[in-house]
Write a protein that binds this ligand. Sequence first.
Ligand code: ZN
Length: 231
Amino acid sequence: MNAPSPIVTASTTCWNCSAATGGVPFCPACGKIQPLVQGADFFSFFGLPHKLTLDLETLEQRFHSLSWKLHPDHFARATESERQYSLDQSSQLNDAYRTLRDPVGRVEYFLSLHGMRKEGQKKQQAPPELLEEVFELNESLDELREARASGESAHMPQLRAKLESAQHKFESSLTDVDRELAKVLADWDAALDAGAEEAEKKRLMERMNEVLNRRSYIRNLVNGVRQELAA
Ligand SMILES: [Zn+2]
């Protein structure tokens, strides 16, 4: 699978008046609907800089305003091409909004844009600071399954209590990771404002990737325990 191409939309020009559009669906100069640019990114679509701490209210307002402007009724008397553009842009609008409004989805998307989202095998490895707890958790899970299989119920309440406490522990780790993610996103925005060097940007993106992997590992653990307790 090809990674989305790097951000190239700034050079996009309007088919009608040749003004630079920057990748937004309507030309800022003449207001005409624009064709969807291959590889155009979701941030530029909304006319937003590549910052990761997004004001959700602004995003929502732009979404509603664009939904309204892209409504088929507004293109009833437009040319065939313009009608097609509006349909393509509508579908892009929904994808872009769904992706950007979710903080984790937004960062994942952003990293893949830059070819920096790497899940790899590390996804399966426990973060070092949680190794011991993960080991204990797996033991308790095994015991619970064995107890269930053999119909032995004497230790069940004890096992369940142990698992519930592990679940709370990992939920609190998840909260820590989310806080860490928020911090690295704020660092990114500050670096962008300060005109940081490529090496610094790369370092921050690697950090985001690492935090995302850890987050996904812990979230899987939490879900696993929840499922087991609900079984
Ligand atoms: Zn134009």
